[in-house]
Write a protein of this length. Structure first.
Length: 320
């Protein structure tokens, strides 16, 4: 357990330092291929009925995370047996790859630079890479809000939740969680293709993120004044608006971020040319501006650091 924590402590710093270089194979790529193969395999072997698709999706939702976590455990055990430092080095790299603070920050800053130094069309194109909504109609304020929402929401499932899972069970449990998250992002949609097949993956993702999302929201409220933002505003909007989303988890950190920055997020947006009505989160006190992306990044990074101290450094100091 101590080796897991040492690896996670170093992996957190490594992620902040280098992020996810494209020349290093990422576990999510392998998970994506496994999920695609499993989907094709299971759809052929279960009846093409609602019940059949639900069962097929349930088999995949059970297999992929267990396989991903189990394979990681076997590889790490073998590496630690070869030499403890070899295992520590491998687990450090795996922990860094399962965290996304640097990637989130870089994605937000790409949109920020397009807004401040490029054109609105460039900013729309960049933000379309990280959000699911239609971006062709967005003005500069809409692009900014989309980028802020992405940073705020993914602060939980891209950074704080993986930190929590790895603090509890090292890289194997982190890989289990990342497989759940990847499945949800690939098949957890309420459309004709995945309404039944993706149901188990979506429910499992909701369950795995239920506690981490709420912990992330609380930590973001606590981090807000440290980062130089409104702690009172973060708490007020978090308590009021954190459940204003079709997902039970997505608005937890969005609400905290909206309150801390004094913004109104979410609301109606177009998806595939169709206007989808969603409730607003936060108060419309001022227009969003490009600088809010940098502010959201700072809040996300301070919240991540607070989580690292709470989940990793404190246990290391207490149980060494």
């Amino acid at each position: 357990m101590m080796m897991h924590l040492y690896a996670l402590a170093a992996g957190f710093l490594l992620d902040l330092l280098i992020g996810d270089p494209r020349w290093i194979p990422h576990p999510v790529q392998g998970m994506g291929k496994l999920i695609a193969v499993m989907e094709r395999f299971l759809r052929k072997r279960f009846p093409k009925t609602a019940k059949g698709e639900i069962w097929a999706g349930a088999v995949m939702a059970a297999f992929v995370p267990v396989f991903s976590g189990g394979l990681t455990w076997v590889i790490l055990i073998g590496t630690y047996l070869i030499h403890p430092y070899a295992g520590l080095a491998l687990e450090t790299v795996l922990c860094a790859e399962l965290l996304a603070a640097r990637s989130l920050r870089d994605a937000g800053m790409t949109v920020y630079r397009a807004l401040t130094k490029g054109t609105l069309d460039e900013a729309r194109r960049e933000v379309s890479m990280v959000v699911g909504r239609d971006t062709e109609r967005l003005d500069a304020s809409g692009v900014t809000r989309a980028a802020v929402e992405t940073v705020a929401e993914n602060a939980s499932d891209g950074e704080i939740a993986p930190l929590l899972f790895m603090a509890l069970g090292g890289a194997p449990l982190g890989m289990f969680y990342k497989a759940v998250n990847t499945m949800d992002s690939m098949v957890g949609y309420k459309n004709e293709k995945y309404l039944y097949f993706g149901r188990a993956a979506a429910k499992l993702d909701d369950a795995c993120n239920y506690l981490p999302a709420r912990m992330s929201g609380v930590l973001m409220c606590l981090a807000a004044p440290i980062a130089g933002f409104s702690g009172g505003g973060a708490w007020r909007i978090f308590l009021r608006d954190r459940n204003k989303h079709t997902s039970p988890n997505s608005a937890q950190t969005e609400a905290a971020c909206a309150g801390a920055l004094g913004l109104r997020l979410n609301g109606p947006n177009y998806y595939g040319g169709v206007l989808v009505e969603k409730p607003y989160v936060g108060d419309d006190t001022r227009p969003a501006e490009a600088e809010d992306i940098r502010r959201a990044n700072r809040l996300m990074l301070v919240t991540s650091a607070a989580s690292w101290v709470l989940f990793v450094l404190l246990p290391l100091l207490l149980f060494r």
